[in-house]
Structures are given as C-alpha cells and as structure tokens.
Design a protein around this ligand. Structure first.
Ligand code: SAM
Ligand code: FES
Length: 349
C-alpha cells in the first residue's frame, strides 16, 4: 500500500489529501520512502550539499511568538546586536572557509532600519560579488523588501509556520496574522527573491491535517526553499512543557517534500541535529541537500537560543564547517563551494 503511494508521488509529484495523510501517519521512517526521496535528490543534485553561513546578527525582537526563546517577553535573554563591521568579519571568515551564501537572521529589531539593512547587504555584495545574501528578518512592508532587493539581497527566508489560521493563532499573539505572513511570501516572490517558507514539525496543536494544508500552501506558493525542523521547547516560553517534535515525522515530511518538489532546496536543520545526535545526517539521507552552519561570533552563540540545548553554540566557525563536511561525507554526500541557487532561477535585474 505504502509502496504504491510512494510510486504515485514520485511519478506525479502530488497525492490526494487522504493519501498524504496515510504517508504522514506511518509509525516509522520507512526505508522505501527515504530511498525514493534520496533517488530524486540524486537525480536533481547528485551528492552535492550546499552550505549557508548563518549569521545571527540580533536577538532583539519586537514579537512575542509563543514558541520562541528570544521572544520579547523573555526577561532571561541577554540581548545583543552585531555591528556592521562584526557582520562583515563573519562574512570574511566564512568566505575563507568556502561559504558562498550568507544568511542574515535575527529577531524583528527596529534598530535595524531599512537603511541599515541596505547598507549591510550592499557592503557584503560589494566585497564578495560572487556570494548570495539571504535575509531572514521577518515581516516587513513591501517597500522594505523592495529596498533590500535593490540593495542586492538575493533570497528571503520566512517560514509561514502553519497554513491553518486557527493553528497560527495558537502559536502567535493576537497582533500577528497568518494571512499577513502568507501575503509577505507572495510579495517577496513577486519582487524577485528566491523565497523560503516552512514550518516546525510537531508544534503545539499541530495535526497531520494541518501538515497537509501546509503542503497545499507550498504548492500554491512554489518556494525555492522549504525550511522544516522539529519544534523544540524552550524553558522560558509558554510552551515549556510541550513535547518536542518527532524525529520520524520530520524525516518522513522531508522525504515527502523532496518527492513533491523535486528541485526544492531543503535544509537539514540545526533543530534536527539538536533532536538527535545524527539528525542532520538522517535529514540528508531523507532528501535534504542544504546545511546551515553557524558563522556568528562565539561570544553571542549561546544568546540566540530559540529552543533548549541548541547544538553548535560552543564551536568556532571553522570547527562547524569541518564538522559539517565530515558528517555529510560519512553518509555519502559532498559539501561543495557553490552559491547553491535554486535550479532554473534567474535573478530579475
Ligand atoms: N524573525 C525572523 C522570522 O520571524 O522569520 C527569523 C528568526 S525566527 C527565530 C526563525 C525561525 O526559528 C522561525 O521561523 C521558527 O520556525 C524557528 N523557531 C523559533 N522557535 C523555535 C522552536 N522553539 N523550535 C524550533 N524552531 C523554532
Ligand atoms: Fe521574534 Fe522569535 S519571537 S525571532
């Protein structure tokens, strides 16, 4: 039964809602699903693994998402911002280590005005024109997104978190709306960014039907990247007692996404590596083809704690880089020095 569904998904890149539910509800990470996803990944990308150097440049945030360790109402966070020069020196180190994409991620921090973000983006692009810049700084107005794009930003990561409005309301304070978040993603795509959406697997209140809604939303948006990782609880949030997302469901979903969106860029996330010591390797084997090692300065690593026990907070960037390479090689993949753009994507000038 499951094998027939996998064959249909591989052929048609789509299933009915009921069929997706059946595939998602399997108890374990089944080998046939994983093997089919890996075969598609190899057809599309061979054994290449693309790296993204993650620079967590501010942990100030005006939002209060209920799951997030750096939410504004957590008084135990020691807040920091990197300076323009510090961000550039992270890139410099990263460039030397073979990174050709820099991801600037942070809370929604009003200190970083559009002007400051544009200055940072254009300095990076000027110094390393062969690199891609990805922004992951939350919900903005169209004019801001346009200004960052005009300054040279190539990609934007904004997980939609859940496509279901009622579920969105369980995870976020009333001032945030799922509809606005989704509209931001369409705006970003319209401007010409390579866009990344995604969810946390096992977030409180999530059902498998919600995940099917997420797949439908992703089919509508057609993003170039899909970021999924398990929800992990943080001790200083209202979700402190909620269970973490499950490994096998995260891996199953990675494989289902690879089969539904053969060319998508799919990270094997730090959250997956936190959930299980070999999580990132299992993610690669399940169809993921991107890893995002940390390039943030050592002194701030432990301050960007989105969830408890986050890994890689005590390692130098060079260590993270070589550890990633070793881990990928151990399961038969190869880290490459490449921007790793989405296949067939041409930047609009
Ligand atoms: N502020 C930006 C935004 O809203 O997109 C980027 C930073 S935000 C911390 C990046 C992502 O971290 C979120 O989209 C969310 O999916 C993930 N995240 C936050 N808290 C998490 C948790 N407790 N477990 C797993 N992932 C989490
Ligand atoms: Fe803003 Fe998490 S609440 S980054």
């Amino acid at each position: 039964m499951e094998e027939a569904l996998i064959a249909t998904l591989r052929e048609q890149c789509d299933l009915t809602d009921a069929q997706y539910l059946t595939l998602l509800s399997g108890e374990e990470c089944t080998e046939p699903l994983r093997a089919a996803a890996d075969a598609v990944r190899r057809e599309q990308y061979g054994t290449d693994v693309y790296l993204r150097g993650l620079i967590e440049f501010t942990n100030y945030c005006k939002n209060d998402c209920l799951y997030c360790g750096i939410r504004r109402s957590n008084p135990n966070v020691s807040r920091y911002r990197l300076t323009h020069e510090e961000i550039l020196s992270c890139c410099e180190e990263g460039y030397g280590l073979g990174f050709r994409t820099f991801v600037l991620q942070g809370g929604e921090d009003p200190y970083f005005t559009d002007e400051r973000i544009c200055e940072i983006v254009s300095s990076i692009k000027k110094r390393w024109p062969d690199c891609a810049v990805t922004l992951s700084i939350g919900e903005k107005e169209r004019a801001s997104y346009q200004a960052y794009f005009d300054a040279g930003a190539d990609r934007y990561l904004l997980r939609h978190e859940t496509a279901n409005e009622a579920h969105y309301a369980m995870l976020h304070p009333p001032e945030l709306s799922g509809a606005y978040r989704k509209s931001c993603l369409f705006t970003l795509r319209d401007i010409g960014y390579q866009v990344g959406a995604g969810i946390m697997v096992g977030s409180p209140g999530q059902t498998l039907s919600h995940i099917v809604e997420d797949i439908r939303f992703l089919q509508e948006l057609r993003p170039q990247m899909i970021g999924i990782g398990p929800f992990l609880s943080h001790q200083d949030t209202p979700f402190r007692d909620e269970p973490n997302g499950e490994l096998h469901l995260t891996l199953r979903l990675l494989s289902i996404l690879r089969l539904t969106f053969p060319q998508v860029l799919l990270p094997s996330t730090t959250a997956l590596g936190t959930l299980h010591p070999l999580g990132r390797e299992l993610g690669l084997k399940a169809g993921a083809n991107v890893i995002m090692p940390n390039l943030s300065p050592m002194r701030v690593r432990k301050k960007y704690m989105l969830y408890d026990n986050k890994i890689c907070t005590g390692d130098e960037s060079a260590q993270c880089r070589s550890c990633t390479e070793r881990r990928a090689a151990a399961v038969g993949y190869r880290v490459v020095t490449d921007r790793g753009d989405a296949k067939g994507f041409l930047r609009r000038q």
